[in-house]
Design a binder for this molecule. Structure first.
Ligand code: DX5
Ligand code: ZN
Length: 219
């Protein structure tokens, strides 16, 4: 088994000193960047200028989560800003396959995400077009919410399908990941784990990254 991937979310960081906050997690595998438009989700965060600023601050790959309507309109800005992976929501686009192909042609990894209420079954046929799927284990929009364990059924379905078809597709989970929940998510089959409040709320964020990784590896 490859090492679990830990992706601290800068949504829980102190934006007045973003570069220093990213520098506090040197052992992070990816940095998760939460883009919210106030329409797709009831909260507004920041745009591609912050993806670019994060890219200037670190060499760690940026995992950019677009919680926005019309993702087609914005993916290029984030790829040009340095996104390593671009995650859009299947609920926000009519044509996820064309968008994934476009993202890959531009040289980034393509991922889709689903709200907790969106079933995975209809989207299994398009998995081969994607490098990653992000399962939301909270309603997207805010950090610091409680983990929804029922979302692990979706992870198990994905794990079975990806393994059965021999696909190279990362399963990532986002929302309420902490010392208390990461082992269950790892057991269900997740490869990558977003953690916002658990990392940036810790006394030492980098130690927390290591601890979360070892809890996931042991599961
Ligand atoms: C929620 C965001 C998450 C958020 C996670 O809509 O997509 O990435 O930052 O925060 P925690 O880990 O605090 O649930
Ligand atoms: Zn996110």
């Amino acid at each position: 088994m490859p090492e679990p991937i830990i992706a601290p979310s800068i949504l829980s960081a102190d934006f007045t000193r973003l570069g220093e906050e990213i520098a506090r997690v040197p052992d992070a595998d990816w940095i998760h960047v939460d883009i919210m438009d106030g329409h797709f989700v009831p909260n507004l965060s920041f745009g591609a200028m912050i993806t670019a600023a994060a890219h200037r601050a670190t060499d760690i790959p940026l995992d950019v989560h677009l919680m926005i309507e019309n993702p087609e309109k914005w993916v290029d800005d984030h790829i040009d800003a340095g996104a390593h992976t671009v995650i859009f929501h299947v609920e926000a686009t009519e044509d996820p396959v064309s968008l994934a192909r476009h993202i890959r042609e531009k040289g980034a990894r393509a991922a889709f995400s689903l709200r907790p209420g969106t079933p995975i079954e209809d989207h299994l046929p398009i998995l081969g077009e994607f490098d990653q799927v992000l399962v939301m284990s909270v309603e997207p929009g805010f950090g610091g919410q409680s983990f929804m364990p029922d979302q692990l059924d979706k992870v198990r379905t994905l794990r079975r399908e990806i393994d059965a078809r021999g696909l190279d597709c990362t399963i990532e989970i986002d929302g309420g990941i902490s010392r208390d929940t990461i082992a269950a998510a790892a057991e269900a089959g997740c490869d990558a784990f977003v953690a916002g409040s658990a990392v940036y709320g810790a006394e030492d964020p980098n130690t927390e990254v290591g601890l979360l990784r070892s809890l996931a590896a042991r599961a």
